[in-house]
Structures are given as C-alpha cells and as structure tokens.
Design a protein around this ligand. Structure first.
Ligand SMILES: [Zn+2]
Length: 277
C-alpha cells in the first residue's frame, strides 16, 4: 500500500516514500501525521485498525459480528481461493469491520471498510455488517458512523451482493425514521454499488481530500460523456461542488468534525447519558 524507500539493500524501515509526490519521509513523523504527506497533503489509504485508532477514543472499540464470513454461494470460479487469500493477507473475515466505540466519551455505532480486503467490495457479509451497525444504532440509540472504502459490489456473489444495496438503504431509512443520525465518510475510493446505496443517503456526508468518489470508473465515464470532464472529475472536491457531499475534511480534523456532528445531531439520544453515567 505504502511504498517503502528502496535502497540497495533492504528497505530502511525509518523512511517511507509518499505515493504521490515521491518525497522521502521519516516513518515516525509520517505516522504521527496520520499518514498524510506533509509536502503534498496526500492522504494515504488506511487499514481499518488505523482508521479506528485515529478517530475514536483509545481502546474504546468493541468489535461485533466478527464471526460472519462469506460462503461461496454461486461457486464462482476462484472466489474461494481469492477470499481465503484476502483473509490471510488482512487477518479479517471480510471487507467491513463493525462494532461500537466512543467519540469524546459518547457511544457510537461504527463500521469501517478496509480496501485491502478484495477492494473493500460489498458482498453479503459486508452488507449484513453495515445493516447491523445501523440497526445497532437504532436499538441502542447511538449515532452511526461509517467509513466507506470500496470499489463497489462483489461480483463473485452476484445478485446476493446487489441485494445488499437495497438492504442497507432500507436500514438507513429505518435510522432516519427513528431519529438516529447516520454520518458517512467517503475515503479513497468510494465507488459504484456502495456509493449508489447506503453511503449516499446518510444524513451528513464527509469525504477525505481527493478521495475518488463515483459510480462508474473513469474509463466507462469517459466513454459516456459528451463534454470533456474536468481534471478533478470524481475527486471529492468536484463531488462536493456538484452537491453530492457536504464537506471535504482533512484527516487531522475528522475526529473533531465528527464529534461536533454527533453532539449536534445526537444530543437527544441515550448514548451520551449511558456512557458518561
Ligand atoms: Zn507527498
């Protein structure tokens, strides 16, 4: 994911190289800066664990539904092998990790997608975890925060993947009818079936700078266009100007902005009283 600085021998663990501007960075400073390049501002992709550590109160995350794992319902060629390899590589059961955490002491229901697991694709397990995170928010009166990172639906599960779009969107509507706020954060990339379902119907939508956000990929989009696309087409800033998201937020400010939104939109819920009490 992150290019190590290559030397003649082994890579020096004290240095990393920015994937965008290629400048050499001190690894410790890079980590302290939440993996954002101090020179060009590039937000490098995060694992689910880094995301949780950077965002929520220390040691407050409690994972739920970790036992859920995809089967191979369609006997899709090579799916079982690819899924097993992804599990081995990431030490995850699927592309979404969910549970509860605290944000400045307030309980929140959380789901975080990890792009490293089969491109963050949404199959039946990811969809179920997202749905349960939203339902948990309703049942326990907690604001729901979901970090999106996905290439879209998981083609190896065919219609079962596409069904997750309807299921997760219905769960968001249930949140809304019960007055439970749902905040979505688009990280790089948030595409296709995820963008076209629960992610786009959140109460508030934030995005990290220059996150790729779109439905079809650039090549397909280019074929369909009758006018030339702007240079920042499908980047978060362009998507914001187009009215599809509320605010682009730098990573170092994300925790603070989410906290403000939780305080503002979730003040009527039990979560605050429950955790602080
Ligand atoms: Zn850079």
């Amino acid at each position: 994911m992150l290019a190590r600085k290559e030397g003649k021998g082994d890579p020096n663990p004290n240095f990393v190289q920015c994937q965008n501007c290629r400048k050499t960075l001190f690894a410790t400073e890079f980590e302290a800066g939440l993996r954002v390049c101090p020179y060009c501002g590039h937000h490098h992709r995060l694992s689910w664990r880094q995301r949780i550590n950077y965002t929520f109160d220390p040691d407050s995350f409690i994972e739920q539904d970790q036992e859920l794992s995809s089967l191979d319902p369609l006997s899709f060629p090579d799916y079982a092998e690819k899924h097993a390899q992804a599990k081995e590589k990431t030490n995850l059961e699927d592309s979404v990790v969910s549970g509860t955490a605290r944000l400045e002491g307030v309980a929140v229901s959380v789901a975080v997608a990890d792009f490293g697991f089969m491109g963050g694709s949404m199959g039946s397990v990811a969809g179920e975890k997202i749905t349960r995170a939203l339902e948990r928010g309703v049942a326990e009166e907690m604001p729901v925060i979901i970090f999106c990172a996905s290439g879209g639906a998981r083609m190896q599960e065919g219609l079962l993947s596409l069904m997750q779009m309807a299921k997760t969107t219905a769960a968001v509507e249930n949140c809304r009818s019960r007055g439970v706020p749902f905040l979505a954060v688009f990280t790089d990339p948030t595409m296709a079936g995820v963008l076209a379902s629960y992610a786009s119907v959140a109460d508030v939508i934030l995005a990290e700078p220059k996150a790729l956000v779109g439905f079809a990929g650039a090549r397909v989009s280019k074929q369909a266009q009758v006018v030339k696309a702007p240079d920042d087409f499908q980047l978060a800033e362009w998507v914001q100007r187009s009215g599809m998201l509320d605010r682009v937020v730098e990573r170092r400010e994300m925790r603070s902005v989410l906290n403000q939104l939780v305080q503002l939109l979730g003040s009527h819920l039990n979560s605050r009283r429950k955790v602080l009490g």
